[in-house]
Design a protein around this ligand. Structure first.
Ligand code: HPA
Length: 235
């Protein structure tokens, strides 16, 4: 049955869905990495596709920007379409000094200034963590493919344009590797609905050093992350 935000047929999604923020990235992944990919949902142009990778059924769908947007799509995929594994494939801004542009970050945990996980948990702290099996598989694949990988805590920010610049230095001191805008929300939804989730990120910029990838480097880094993510999806 269609949901308010997804108009796919029952059974249209694979058990594992890769999720970039940008729906045109989902289209790019479907066209360049999957075989026989078909568009299965297009409400609000938040495109979702199902195809195969090395013969195994895999889906890819955009989740938009920020915790409210990704929470809606991940909730409906798990609850209404029976999705078991969600792998976010995104970008992040590094804050930790020894994180380099082009590194791939596997978000073992996700801190946040969002209140969503407190709302779920009587206002207590909830340690938003990824699924161990997905993480272990992704790290193994990254090593196999000689991709420079970092594993640790990220911070999912509600504000892209933060007025509190010193917060980034505090994150660095606490060992937080990088900032995204969704991981903590996706981990919370997965925990609530008993599914597995992982966030894999390319470092597109370094917030404290003011560095950014060129568009060629961005593409190369994205492609490296995608092969790691697709192998994780089928293993
Ligand atoms: N903040 C939040 N998310 C991001 C950033 C950032 O600086 N860069 C890439 N994704």
């Amino acid at each position: 049955m269609a949901t308010p935000h997804i108009n796919a047929a029952d059974g249209a999604f694979a058990e594992t869905v890769l999720m970039p923020g940008d729906p045109l990235r989902a289209q790019y992944i479907a066209e360049n990495f999957l075989e026989n990919a078909e568009l299965v949902t297009d409400v609000r142009n938040m495109f979702g596709y199902t195809g195969t990778y090395k013969g195994k059924k895999v889906s890819v769908m955009g989740h938009g920007m920020g915790i409210p947007s990704c929470s809606i799509y991940v909730h409906e995929l798990i609850k209404d379409y029976g999705v078991k594994n969600v792998i976010r494939v995104g970008s992040c801004g590094a804050v930790k000094d020894d994180v380099k542009l082009m590194d791939v970050i596997v978000a073992q945990g996700a801190s946040t200034d969002s209140k969503v996980n407190r709302t779920r948990f009587a206002d207590h702290d909830f340690a938003a963590i990824c699924d161990f099996h997905l993480m272990e598989t992704a790290v193994g694949e990254a090593r196999k493919q000689n991709v420079s990988v970092r594993v640790g805590n990220v911070f999912s920010a509600d504000l892209f344009y933060s007025p509190e610049a010193d917060l980034f230095n505090k994150m660095d001191k606490l060992g937080i590797l990088a900032v995204d805008m969704e991981a903590a929300g996706i981990y919370g939804v997965a925990a609530e609905l008993n599914a597995r989730a992982l966030t894999i990120l390319t470092v597109s910029d370094h917030i404290i050093r003011g560095e950014a990838l060129s568009s060629d480097e961005r593409q190369k880094s994205f492609n490296e992350m995608m092969t790691v993510s697709l192998e994780t999806a089928i293993n």
